[in-house]
Ligand binder design. Structure first.
Ligand SMILES: Nc1ncnc2c1ncn2[C@@H]1O[C@H](COP(=O)(O)OP(=O)(O)O)[C@@H](O)[C@H]1O
Ligand SMILES: [Mg+2]
Length: 446
C-alpha cells in the first residue's frame, strides 16, 4: 500500500490551529492572526515527520509534527485523514529524525546520535514558556534539548553566546553540544539546541521568592550572583568585543520618553512621580562618557539563572533575548548595566511575590522588613558585580536610568495584563524617585 500523501501546509495549519492558540508560546491570544504556513516532510518508517512553520503576524513559529497511523501514547493534537497528528518531540520518530539532522557544535567531540541514542528516555521540563525543553537520560549523563518555538534566520544568540562563553573556559554556562537548523526563505534558523543538564538545579527566582517569604538572609548568594554576572560581562567583552559608545543624551532622551509614555498610558503614575523620575534621569544627560556597549545577556532576570544542587555554583541560561523582537535587534551590542537593571528588578518581583506567599501561609512579613530584604539583595548583587569597589558616578547614573526605563515598561505591562501586580513596578519607581537627594547618589549605590 502506498503511504498517504503529504497534507498541504494550509490543511495542517487548520488542523492544529486551536491547539496552537492554547500554547504558552503562542504569540497573542487568538488564532485570527495566523496568516500562513509552510512545511517540509521526511518519512521515518511508517511515520511522517513534518517541519511546519506557521506565520503569526511577523513571527515564524516552529511547529514540528509527526503524522502516524499507530495510536500514540502522548502528545496527540488531533486526527487528520485517518492519521494521528502528534506534537513532534513527544514522538520517537521525531527524535530519530533529530538524530539524523543534528550537527555537532564545534568543540563537542561526540556525535548527536551518540549523545541521544535511540531508546533514550525523555520528558518535558516543567511548564512550557517561550520554548519547549526536554530532559534526556543520555548514556553520558542527563541532557536538555531546547526546541525553539520562534524561528529567526541568522546567528542565534543562545548558540553564539553560549558557545563563546563555554569556549572561553567559563564554567557557569551549559555548554552547547549539538543543534538543528531549519531552512527558511531568508536563511537558516536555529530550531533546537542540546546542552548538559545542570544537575538538581533550583530556579533562582523560586529560591529568592522563598528567601523573601521567610525573611532569610540572601546577601551571600546575591553577591555571588553579582560576581558571576560580572564575569559573564567581562568574558563576553573579551571574546566578542565592544562597540562605539552611545551618547548619554541619546539614552536619557529615550528614558524621558518612556516616562512620558507611561504617564500617558497609566494614570497610576501621577504627575509628581513622573516629575521626580525625570529628575532621576537628569544626571545621565550631563555625563560626558558612557560605558562601552558589548554583547549582553539581553533578557536577564532570576528566572534565567539556576543554582546547582550543591548550592555552590550559579549557571546562566537562555541567551535568546526576547524571542518576539527581531534577531538583529537582539544581537546588537548593549550596555552590560541593562542586564544588571533587569536583575535588580527581578529582586523586586521576588520580594513582592515572597510577601504574597507569606500572606497566603498566614505568616505575613512586615513591609519594612521586606523592603530591607530587597535593598540588601540589591546592594549585595552590586557589590559582587562591581568587584567590591561600588559603582562609580557614571555607572550609577546609567543604572538608575535603566531601572526607571525597565520599571516604566513593567508598569505598562502590568496595567494591561495583570492589574493586581501594578504595585510591584510602582513601588520600584517610588523607591528610586524618593531615594535620590540632590547631593547624594541614588538608592542603588553602595
Ligand atoms: N541546562 C539546563 N539544566 C537544567 N535545567 C534547564 C537547563 N536548560 C533549561 N532548563 C530548565 O528549563 C527552563 C527554561 O529554559 P530556558 O533556556 O530559560 O528556556 P525558555 O526560553 O523557555 O525560557 C529553565 O528555567 C530551567 O528550569
Ligand atoms: Mg528562559
Amino acid at each position: 500500500m502506498s503511504p498517504p500523501a503529504l497534507p498541504s501546509a494550509d490543511d495542517l495549519v487548520r488542523a492544529v490551529t486551536s491547539w496552537l492558540a492554547g500554547r504558552r508560546w503562542f504569540p497573542g491570544d487568538d488564532h485570527s492572526k495566523i496568516l500562513a504556513g509552510q512545511c517540509t516532510a521526511r518519512r521515518v518508517g511508517e511515520d511522517m515527520c513534518i517541519d511546519l512553520v506557521v506565520l503569526v503576524d511577523q513571527v515564524r513559529l516552529n511547529v514540528p509534527l509527526v503524522l502516524t497511523p499507530g495510536e500514540p501514547s502522548a502528545g496527540v493534537i488531533t486526527r487528520f485523514e485517518g492519521q494521528w497528528v502528534v506534537d513532534g518531540p513527544m514522538h520517537s520518530a521525531w527524535w530519530q529524525n533529530w538524530r539524523d539532522q543534528a550537527r555537532r557544535v564545534p568543540g563537542c567531540e561526540r556525535e548527536p546520535g551518540a549523545l541521544v541514542p535511540a531508546g533514550s528516555r525523555m520528558r518535558l521540563v516543567g511548564a512550557e514558556q517561550s520554548n519547549s525543553s526536554f530532559i534526556i537520560e543520555g548514556p553520558a549523563g542527563p541532557l536538555v534539548l531546547k526546541v525553539y518555538r520562534t524561528l529567526s534566520a541568522g546567528e542565534h544568540p543562545d548558540l553564539h553566546l553560549g558557545a563563546a562563553l563555554a569556549g572561553s573556559g567559563w564554567t557557569h554556562v551549559a555548554t552547547p553540544l549539538a543543534c538543528t537548523h531549519l531552512r527558511l526563505d531568508d536563511g537558516e534558523a536555529l530550531s533546537s539546541l542540546l546542552t548538559p543538564l545542570v544537575p538538581g538545579a533550583v530556579d533562582a527566582f523560586a529560591h529568592f521568592i522563598d528567601g523573601a517569604s521567610r525573611g532569610r538572609d540572601c546577601r551571600g548568594q546575591a553577591q555571588e550572583l553579582g560576581s558571576v554576572t560580572r564575569q559573564m560581562h567581562v568574558r563576553l567583552a573579551e571574546v566578542l568585543g565592544t562597540a562605539d559608545p552611545i551618547l548619554p543624551q541619546e539614552l536619557a532622551g529615550r528614558v524621558h520618553g518612556e516616562i512620558d509614555r507611561t504617564r500617558a498610558e497609566v494614570p497610576l503614575l501621577d504627575a509628581d512621580l513622573a516629575r521626580r523620575l525625570h529628575m532621576c534621569v537628569e544626571p545621565l544627560g550631563r555625563l560626558d562618557r558612557m560605558p562601552l556597549p558589548q554583547r549582553v545577556h539581553g533578557d536577564y532576570h532570576l528566572g534565567q539563572v539556576l543554582l546547582s544542587s550543591d548550592a555552590a555554583r550559579w549557571y546562566v541560561l537562555d541567551f535568546e533575548g526576547e524571542p518576539l523582537r527581531p534577531l538583529e535587534e537582539r544581537s546588537r551590542p548593549d550596555l552590560a548595566l541593562r542586564d544588571v537593571a533587569g536583575m535588580l528588578r527581578s529582586f523586586g518581583y521576588a520580594r513582592a511575590l515572597g510577601q504574597r506567599q507569606a500572606r497566603q501561609a498566614d505568616s505575613p512579613i512586615d513591609e519594612g522588613a521586606a523592603c530591607t530584604w530587597e535593598r540588601q539583595c540589591v546592594r549585595a548583587f552590586l557589590h559582587g558585580w562591581s568587584g567590591g569597589r561600588g559603582l562609580d558616578a557614571t555607572e550609577q547614573a546609567v543604572l538608575d536610568s535603566l531601572v526607571v526605563e525597565k520599571a516604566c515598561y513593567e508598569l505598562r505591562y502590568e496595567a494591561s495584563m495583570r492589574p493586581t501586580w501594578t504595585d510591584i513596578p510602582l513601588h520600584a519607581l517610588e523607591e528610586i524617585a524618593g531615594g535620590r537627594t540632590p547631593e547624594g547618589p541614588g538608592r542603588t549605590a553602595q
